[in-house]
Ligand binder design. Structure first.
Ligand SMILES: *Cc1c(COP(=O)(O)O)cnc(C)c1O
Length: 394
């Protein structure tokens, strides 16, 4: 399985001859699309995929992005949703009906868990969360499981379960199930779930694909059979995205390779440095050799992006606040995948129900941006010094 390389990301979704030779497909804003005569109007009523009939059904800009992602993720078709979470909720809504069983990995993105447990529960979908291991999945699968929802590395905690073992468990125990995989951490550059047996890959384009912290978008890319189930529901809900946002994500694709390599390299450099700090209890990064899933990650992934977690030894609130107050380069905020570095304190135990996540320490998610790594390390070193000084006052 040779994945897409930088060259593919440069070519994907571009067609200069169709646009007067312009390098990029232009921003084509549209609601109404006019027909030249009645026969064309009658033909357009089917709104066939790829046909331009109404803004909600696609514009040359959104179609170019769909085509690009379909090729890069090795799928049959892609759909663009107004956010990453909408791609997840839209996909699950299309695949599940009252009475169905959903098996969701315990380490899924917290809002995806909430959608499954609350909205899907309300319409009568039975959802079970399983610990992020093949044994955990095997214990959760049933004959009538309709969807298995995966995300790796795990949200916040970065477990990397063996995808081969997960997929063969599903095919043996629940042959009718569709496998959905949230690939936001990796993008098609680092991992392609459809090549590993998934049926639908969802991705928050908000993160690395856009890469500049200024677009909300989700993309679902699916096999032919799964796409045929997603598309009618997508159309019925009326989801669509603006051409400006599609343009921004297309632009982001062109530099994804070099950006991700730098995010990944800086992330590993920070992870290694953090692992040596006395204040740090654990570093959660699958690229470190002492990570429990390092071998699986090396086998299946072609690199790391810039997001990982750390657990600090317990500190009092005042010292914890001192760590953040005074940061020069790291922003304090959610989302990630933009060019800038971020820190995000959370408590993974709030978002787990099947696997045990217990620690007395403080959890912190780190996004390594594209700044000079030396500046980032200096920023963190000063934060630890402020924390120590505040702790000494207590
Ligand atoms: C951010 C994120 C999402 C949701 O994307 P939004 O565009 O913010 O709705 C989904 N999955 C993962 C893994 C994410 O990190």
């Amino acid at each position: 399985m040779t994945g897409p390389c930088d060259t593919d990301f440069i070519a994907a979704g571009r067609n200069p001859p169709a646009f007067f030779g312009m390098v990029n497909p232009p921003v084509c804003r549209a609601s109404t699309i006019l027909y030249p005569h009645l026969a064309a109007f009658e033909a357009g009523k089917t709104h066939a995929p790829g046909q331009l009939t109404y803004g909600r059904y696609g514009t040359p800009t959104t179609l170019a992005l769909e085509e690009a992602m379909t090729g890069l993720a090795r799928g049959h078709g892609s759909l663009l949703y107004p956010s990453g979470l909408a791609a997840i909720s839209g996909t699950l809504s299309a695949l599940l009906a009252p009475g169905d069983h959903l098996a969701m990995i315990d380490t899924a993105y917290a809002p995806a868990r909430r959608f499954a447990a609350t909205h899907l529960g309300r319409i009568g979908v039975r959802c079970d969360f399983f610990a992020a291991t093949p044994a955990g999945l095997r214990g959760c699968l049933r004959g009538d499981t309709r969807v298995v929802y995966l995300e790796a590395p795990g949200s916040l905690t970065f477990e990397v379960p063996d995808m081969r073992a997960l997929v063969s468990a599903v095919r043996e125990q629940s042959p009718g199930a569709v496998i959905v995989f949230d690939n936001t951490w990796s993008t098609p550059m680092l991992f392609r779930p459809l090549e590993h047996g998934a049926d639908v890959v969802v991705e928050a384009a908000t993160k690395y694909l856009c890469g500049h912290s200024d677009v909300m978008m989700g993309i679902a890319t699916a096999s032919a059979a799964a796409h045929a189930r997603l598309e009618p529901v997508y159309r019925q809900f009326g989801w669509c995205v603006g051409a400006d946002d599609a343009y921004a994500v297309l632009r982001g694709l062109r530099t994804l390779g070099p950006r991700l390599r730098q995010h990944g390299q800086t992330g590993l450099e920070l992870a290694r440095w953090l692992a040596l700090r006395p204040q740090v209890e654990r570093v959660l990064h699958p690229g470190l050799p002492d990570h429990p899933d390092h071998a699986v990650w090396l086998r299946d992934w072609s690199g790391a992006s810039g997001l990982f977690g750390i657990v600090l030894r317990p500190v009092a609130q005042r010292a914890w606040e001192a760590f953040f107050d005074g940061l020069a380069h790291f922003g304090l905020g959610g989302s990630w995948g933009g060019y800038e570095s971020l820190l995000f304190p959370d408590d993974p135990s709030r978002h787990r129900s099947a696997g045990a996540w217990r620690t007395g320490g403080r959890y912190l998610r780190v996004h390594a941006g594209l700044e000079d790594p030396r500046d980032l390390i200096e920023d963190l070193a000063k934060a630890f010094a402020r924390m120590q000084a505040a702790a000494a006052l207590d």
